[in-house]
Design a protein around this ligand. Structure first.
Ligand SMILES: CC(=O)[C@@H](O)[C@H](O)COP(=O)(O)O
Ligand SMILES: NCC(=O)COP(=O)(O)O
Length: 247
């Protein structure tokens, strides 16, 4: 079991593309954001090619594939279209996420326990291209155990419920759920990442959990970048999580 204090920051650039797609312009370019993020200390770049293409486009992924200095974490729904695209791109990391067309954002984790055969087949197929496959799941023992059974080397715990919690009791309960999930994942021999809805005001408690490998953060960084620039936003977040992880 790993319990090191080292923690990585994966910068999700989806919402740079959201702004571009709002007007159908060529700017702002998520590729530039990715390169700035790397300069500011990002350990990896996360992109979610949604089925409805509301933000990231194929072009973004193709260019990123050629220019990234770090590594790409490609988030995708479990569909034949995405599987074929991933096989073409061969990203270092792939995170399988649940997707419904109408959702505002990713609501809840992938139901691995409820569709083990389908997810196992996807993990096997994507592992063959050399990608490290991760499953975006709720911090739920049943889902974590199923993730190990289907052969995924990594999981990403969905921190959205923690981020959305409003009362101190609710925040403490949701944080505890993540702490227990990390412990369970490590006991199952999995690499444990976390993300969704993390912000400058709520990230420290999660970064302080021993054994988390990487936090994936996007929306809050893009929002803060409006005021301090993308490099500044990433550098601030990186400093915050490294300091929290040291304690
Ligand atoms: C899976 C995940 O948590 C991110 O990819 C997130 O989904 C990106 O933002 P949207 O959900 O708004 O597309
Ligand atoms: N997988 C979570 C992610 O990449 C970033 O989510 P958010 O910070 O944009 O909510």
């Amino acid at each position: 079991m790993t319990t090191s204090n080292r923690i990585l920051l994966g910068v999700n650039i989806d919402h740079v593309a959201t702004l571009r797609q709002a007007r159908g312009t060529r700017y702002p370019d998520p590729v530039k954001a990715a390169l700035d993020a790397e300069e500011a200390g990002a350990d990896g770049i996360t992109v979610h090619l949604r089925e409805d293409r509301r933000h990231i486009q194929e072009r973004d992924i193709l260019v990123l594939k050629d220019v990234l200095q770090t590594r790409m974490n490609f988030e995708m729904g479990v569909t034949e279209e995405m599987m074929a695209f991933a096989e073409r791109i061969r990203p270092a990391h792939i995170c399988l996420v649940p997707e419904t067309r109408q959702e505002l954002t990713t609501e809840g984790g992938l139901d691995v326990a409820g569709q083990e055969a389908r997810i196992k087949a996807a993990v096997e197929r994507l592992s063959k291209i050399g990608s490290e496959v991760s499953l975006f799941i709720d911090a739920d023992e049943r889902q974590i155990e199923a993730s190990r059974r289907v052969g995924a080397p990594a999981i990403e715990l969905h921190t959205g419920r923690y981020a959305d919690a409003t009362t101190p009791t609710e925040v403490a309960e949701e944080l505890q759920r993540i702490i227990d999930g990390v412990k369970c994942g490590l006991n199952e021999g999995l690499i444990v990442n976390a993300g969704h809805g993390l912000h400058y005001h709520n990230v420290e408690a999660v970064a302080a959990i021993k054994g988390i490998n990487e936090l994936n953060i996007g929306h809050a960084l893009v929002a803060h970048a409006l005021f301090v620039g993308f490099k500044g936003a990433v550098a601030e977040m990186k400093a915050l999580i490294l300091a929290a992880a040291k304690h």
